[in-house]
Design a protein. Structure first.
Length: 53
């Protein structure tokens, strides 16, 4: 039997737990701001990656 070196499901669960902890106790407006900022950061990274090509 092969030994896994990387577990995608485990990584997804750790990420979800991290987000849950970061959003814990925040209002709905604060949670929305969190997701909007994350989206803006991702768009910025994607734009930079395209420019490097």
């Amino acid at each position: 039997m092969k030994t896994k070196t990387f577990d995608c499901v485990q990584m997804k669960r750790r990420g979800a737990e991290l987000v849950r902890k970061q959003l814990e106790g925040r209002s709905l407006d604060q949670q929305l701001e969190y997701w909007q900022k994350g989206t803006q950061d991702l768009i910025k990274l994607q734009t930079q990656a395209r420019e490097k090509k």
